[in-house]
Design a binder for this molecule. Structure first.
Ligand code: MG
Length: 265
């Protein structure tokens, strides 16, 4: 696990990782201690902390307001760099236009389904009607196979149609090529199938991959993540210890006593 004497870059998924999953994305609320903790971690890593989410940047900012951190939104489709500049790709507008009415019609006749129009992609949520999952995934797969510019991402009680050409792993790699992330060892914590690209990216960079598990995901399929954390609360505690260690290392470096840092277990 992270040694406090090293320089770390922290990448954190939002829903199911930092914030407990709610019935709908709008209902997800961070615990009050979370924003101060993220600010401490960002400070202790010289700003090398980024949120990596399937939400849009606007939605990430709503969750953590007034805090605005470097972030990759829409599974890497849009990215706010360490210097605040935003990198976005041009969405495949014609493909999205073709799908919008079909998705709206599909949801209209089926109770418990929620269509989230992210502007550059769609998320079809079925958490309120989990029995519809297999049919929703079949429908989304059919739509995706007819639109080569889009791909299907099957997440936790959600089927997402997102433009190709971006992933959480590519977003992490892009951050690691820029200040203040470059030259640091990455940590990525996530909970879902769409985080696997991120786990693979940090493993390849010699970093630490952490999967947050709960009753819904425990024991589910193989994962590229090399470490497990039992739930959102346990990750908060782990991050709290990490913040303390990084702050202590920072103090001792400044007082000229570097080189005697404890190992975080
Ligand atoms: Mg998640």
């Amino acid at each position: 696990m992270p040694e406090a004497g090293e320089r770390w870059a922290l990448f954190l998924d939002v829903d199911g990782t930092l914030v407990a999953i709610a019935a709908t994305p709008e209902q997800a609320r961070p615990e009050p201690m979370l924003s101060p903790l993220l600010q401490r971690l960002a400070r202790a890593s010289d700003g090398a902390l980024a949120l990596i989410s399937g939400r849009s940047l606007a939605s990430i900012d709503r969750v953590f307001a007034p805090l605005r951190l470097p972030a990759a939104g829409l599974h890497g489709w849009e990215r706010r760099r360490g210097d605040g500049g935003v990198v976005t790709h041009q969405p495949p507008a014609a493909a999205l236009e073709r799908l919008r009415p079909r998705l709206a019609a599909y949801v209209a006749g089926r109770r418990g389904l929620l269509l989230e129009d992210k502007g550059t992609g769609f998320a079809l949520h079925y958490r309120l009607a989990p029995e519809r999952g297999p049919a929703v995934r079949r429908f989304a797969r059919r739509l995706a196979s007819a639109e080569p510019e889009l791909r299907l991402l099957a997440g936790r009680k959600v089927a997402e149609l997102q433009p190709r050409g971006a992933s959480k792993g590519e977003a992490i790699a892009a951050f690691l090529a820029e200040p203040p992330f470059a030259g640091r060892r990455p940590v990525f914590a996530g909970d879902d199938t769409t985080d696997e690209d991120g786990f693979i990216a940090v493993n390849a960079a010699g970093g630490v991959s952490l999967r947050v598990e709960d009753a819904e995901t425990r024991g589910r399929g193989p994962s590229a993540a090399r470490h497990r954390v039992a739930g959102v609360g346990a990750l908060h505690r782990w991050l709290g210890v990490l913040a303390q260690r990084l702050e202590a290392a920072d103090r001792s470096t400044r007082s000229g006593a570097a080189g005697c840092h404890p190992v975080l277990r």
